[in-house]
Design a protein around this ligand. Structure first.
Ligand SMILES: [Zn+2]
Length: 246
């Protein structure tokens, strides 16, 4: 199911990039809501709602945070850490906000849409370091320094991707030798540009997903599979190849 070409490319590669999406977290049983309490989620997670109705905004954010707390990284997340042994650099680019890659222990994670477990004040930018801080369980969490509204460090509806993460993601995409697209159902800009940047710079693109996507015809290799099952197998074969040539 996986080509020899991929293993050859992986065997000789020093830097690889793995871009992960929604379907990867779903394997950990984390579900993304489209609607909540009768409202579309993108309407709730907007700056406009934070300012006009912070109670419903935070009610939803707390709901997501508590769902994430009960979720554990899956074997796919762990196999990416396992692969760090074989390369100089394994960079994860993710649109997910659940922090599961960090929880699993990945060293280099670029979160294009931020991380829901980070919080700061919209006025003075003061960061709340402790996610168990009782402030965050208040109906409308307010900044202890200035009384301003607090917000999670995620991309809200009116906002663009995190600039620093995006810039770094473009950089690694341009020099990595193998680029994995894993568990992404729908490609949206700017994340959708990365595979093109990478391919134009000579990398090998492999997509792993349960369904075909708009990029399946563009990649060098499409593997129709559950990423949480196939990534550990790839790591295992790579391990054998590497130890044979030690
Ligand atoms: Zn403040």
């Amino acid at each position: 199911m996986i080509s020899e070409t991929l293993f050859k490319r992986l065997f000789h590669a020093t830097d690889i990039t793995v871009m992960t999406g929604e379907n990867f977290s779903t394997q950990s049983r984390f579900m993304f809501d489209a609607e909540w309490g009768g409202y579309p989620v993108n309407k709730i997670t907007s700056l406009k709602t934070l300012k006009s109705n912070p109670e419903i905004f935070w009610k939803y954010i707390k709901h997501v945070k508590s769902s994430i707390k009960s979720v554990k990284p899956n074997l796919g997340h762990y196999s990416l850490i396992d692969m760090e042994r074989f390369f100089n650099l394994v960079t994860i680019i993710t649109e997910n906000i659940d922090g599961l890659h960090q929880l699993a222990g990945s060293n280099k994670v670029l979160e294009l849409n931020g991380n829901i477990n980070e919080t700061y004040c919209i006025d003075c930018k003061n960061k709340i370091e402790d996610q168990n801080d009782p402030i965050l369980s208040q109906l409308i969490p307010k900044c202890p320094k200035c009384g301003g509204l607090l917000r999670p460090d995620i991309k809200l509806t009116e906002e663009v991707s995190h600039e620093k993460a995006l810039k770094e993601a473009q950089d690694v995409s341009s020099f990595c030798e193998v680029f994995f697209l894993v568990g992404i159902n729908e490609y949206k800009e700017p994340a959708s540009n990365m595979p093109y940047i990478s391919k134009a710079n000579g990398s090998y693109l492999i997509e792993i997903n349960e369904e075909r996507t708009s990029l399946s015809d563009t990649v060098n290799e499409f593997v129709q599979a559950n990423p949480a099952e196939i990534l550990p197998k790839i790591a295992l074969v790579l391990d054998k190849l590497k130890s044979k040539h030690k």
